[in-house]
Design a protein. Structure first.
Length: 367
């Protein structure tokens, strides 16, 4: 082996030049290098040969990608069409649902001229309040309520204030000067004269309802007030079932005073008291064109002649006569005929007078 640098002969197995120290390659290494070069040349040739096939594969992939894009576009169009159909269906269903909800929301009723009117939705009831069709003292009802209640005590009361706020012509304190006593003996008001007339139309105020306004000395019956003159054509003041609107004058009496006078006069005033009770009951029944009882004078005569035994029949009969009375505002009279008859049998006719007088006083106030 000869050193390629200093040209000195060296042993065949030498790895470095003994003179200059240059590393020497063995024959095996040369062979390996030659083999590596040959392999590289083969790889290059194969790569050149495979290029057309690669190009062909690339073209196939492009065509496949185009087909996929076309399919994607078709799928997108199908999805868009489906979405449009779905939106239309949803809109139709929503419309139907709203109509059903609107129908189901009509749950309110109110009383007008002693008749139930409805059903109405909350929005419709709000319009009625704003238009003064119904008022705070109008009876209303909806499913879930045990009984009819005043509008001002219901869920609709909030719209009363709203309606008042939206009213351009505000009611002054001088206009709202009327008060009345309801069936629960509670003072209601103040109200304007128009509102009072509306209450008459709805049967809330009757001819015998006590009313008062600023300037009056005391409470009076509605039939004795200026409101009575405005009832014509209003449909109100049908105090009795037959629609009779004549004034019925029945005095309310103090029960304690009547008892004291009966005791002080040794029963003489008691006879007069019975006379007045019999006459008042006959007056009420005559106003409703119903059968009346015995004439008041004849009752006293028979009572004296029979030494009070006629009183047993009288109290039973008068109890039945009062029970048959009917009133448009729904006032109900209890049947106390049996109780009054038994009290008379046991010598307690004075208590029977008290029961009958209390019933007549209530009719005068509330019916």
């Amino acid at each position: 082996m000869i050193c390629p640098k200093c040209q000195k002969e060296l042993p065949e197995d030498a790895k470095f030049c003994l003179e200059c120290g240059t590393p020497l390659e063995s024959k095996e290494s040369e062979l390996e290098n030659n083999e590596v070069k040959e392999i590289k040349e083969e790889v290059v040739q194969e790569t050149v040969i495979d290029e057309p096939e690669t190009q062909k594969v690339t073209e196939d992939e492009i065509e496949t990608q185009d087909e996929v894009e076309d399919d994607s576009k078709s799928l997108e169009e199908t999805i868009e069409t489906s979405e449009e159909d779905t939106v239309e269906e949803v809109q139709e269903e929503t419309k139907e649902t709203k109509e059903e909800e609107t129908h189901s929301n009509k749950i309110w009723y109110y009383v007008s001229n002693n008749q139930s009117v409805g059903p109405f939705s909350v929005e419709e009831m709000e319009d009625f309040i704003e238009n003064k069709t119904i008022y705070g003292n109008t009876y209303v009802w909806k499913s879930g309520l045990k009984d009819w209640i005043y509008l001002k005590n219901s869920d609709l009361a909030t719209y009363l204030q709203k309606g008042d706020a939206n009213t351009k012509t505000e009611t002054t304190s001088e206009d709202a000067s009327w008060f009345y006593v309801n069936s629960s003996n509670q003072q209601m008001g103040p109200y304007t004269e128009e509102e009072m007339v509306q209450f008459i139309k709805e049967g809330i105020i009757t001819a015998n309802t006590y009313v008062w306004k600023s300037g009056m000395m005391d409470w009076i019956h509605c039939k004795d007030s200026t409101l009575f003159d405005r009832r014509s054509g209003s449909g109100g003041f049908n105090n009795y079932a037959n629609g009779n609107t004549n004034k019925i004058f029945i005095e309310t009496r103090s029960i304690p005073v009547c008892i004291i006078l009966s005791i002080v006069t040794c029963g003489i005033y008691n006879l007069y008291w019975i006379y007045r009770l019999a006459k008042d009951v006959n007056t009420l029944n005559a106003a409703q064109q119903k059968p009346t009882g015995q004439d008041a004078g004849m009752v006293i005569l028979l009572y004296i002649v029979t030494c009070g035994l006629y009183g047993i029949y009288f109290y039973w009969k008068v109890g039945k006569l009062v029970k048959q009375l009917q009133f448009d505002n729904g006032y109900y009279v209890e049947d106390n005929s049996l109780v009054m008859m038994l009290l008379c049998i046991f010598g307690l006719g004075l208590i029977s007078n008290c029961i009958l007088q209390s019933t007549l006083n209530d009719i005068q106030r509330y019916a």
